[in-house]
Design a protein around this ligand. Sequence first.
Ligand code: UN1
Length: 498
Amino acid sequence: MVDQQVKTYQNYLGGQWLDSNSGQTYTITSPASKSTVLGAFQFSTAEDATQAVAAAQEASSGWAGTPAPARAQVLYRALDILSKRSEEIARTITIEEGKPLADARGEVKRAMNIIEYAAGEGRRMFGYTTPSELPSTIAYTVRRPLGVVAIITPWNFPIAIPAWKLAPALICGNTVVLKPASATPLSAVKLVEVFEEAGLPPGVLNLITGPGSSVGNALVESQLVRGISFTGSTEIGTEIYSAGARLLKKMQCEMGGKNAVILLADADLDKALEGIVQGAFGSTGQRCTATSRVIVEEGIYDELMDQLLDRTAKLKIDDGLDPEVDISPLSSESQLQKVMEYIGIGTEEGARLAYGGHALSEGDYSQGYYVEPTIFTEVTPDMRIAQEEIFGPVLTVFRAGDLDEAVRISNDVQFGLSSSVYTRDLPSAFRYINTVEAGMVHVNAPTLGGEVHLPFGGLKSSGVGQREQGVEAVDFFSEVITVYIDYADEARTQAPFI
Ligand code: UN1
């Protein structure tokens, strides 16, 4: 039973805020304060998902028929509203997901950037014209929306990831059913409020909260859903991709990472150290682009380790609202259990626990899911901690004789999302760029992040389907139609094409 004080939030379908058909809600609590209930949310069912798809389908022709520059006007209004609500929404992210407020502010800014970028694309829905091989004929291409698309998002970027799928989907004229992670529905409700206030027509954006097992499956199985954009684990992404592919949907799955920084002996060590620490421990390691491996050339190994241990010891572990915080709590009890399990596995596998390794539960820490930043050395590529995504502040350190060996270790995982090298040597940097298996490659910069006008995504088990963001997002959320017009005033005596 839900306490009287707890606010109940509803689904958003066809422009109305509604209860789930289940008649049930579930509550969420704050990762930094387990006893603080943040709200009750609809425990939605497959039937709710079907209704949301129907609402999106109903709105589809109207929105598709709205000129893209007019659709952009709604996005510009959403941008303005999000900007006005940015501090409130950043605080919601921190309270709901746990990340430091500075990171949450950055996340809201990223959402604003992608909305701005997508709105600009409203005046650039370009196709092309080309000479035909026939006389008196023109040929051109035009973009059309897919129709109804489902957007399934994770808890670790509860505003930015929905925004960077939603904004391009909307500008291309699709209608959307958004299914946010069940752990972070409050941020999603606020994002939908922003678009509602911006004047998005009813049914163009629909929100259903609740478990992936019922709602997510119903969306994936619906014949009316023509595209799916998913971010989450490789395990779930593989299931969704297979199920969607069977129904010939357009699919985009953004999944796990095991991102490595290679540190060459000639690197600027101060710069590298900052990049490694931010990459490994920022957002408590809960991002798919986090640095989870450092591969160090022998000549600089001892110096790096001395400084890395020193620097890590100075990190402040606290509530995400503390202005001085470096490492805030993990987002849930299950995250804490998973991270602790991997720390146990690393120790059993014979890696050396060089720093941290404990959950923190004394004093104020007892209220949240805190864990120390953790560093394993003497890690070898065959270990599970070297291969599997941990999604927490756990860094594994490897030794390598030279760049080629380092790249071999870097590539020897199933993932290929982001990567980085620190070096001052131009030929080494380019050899790295040309051989590392990753969708995003950084030189002298952390593995994190990305800019909204550039494509984001990975190789191998990290990603499948078109990239997110950049012009690739427009490619994903639209179909290209090829048009031939014969304006000859006489019938042709032969079939027109060979
Ligand atoms: C980032 O590196 O800043 O789920 C973004 C994730 C990624 C987004 C990371 N899709 O962590």
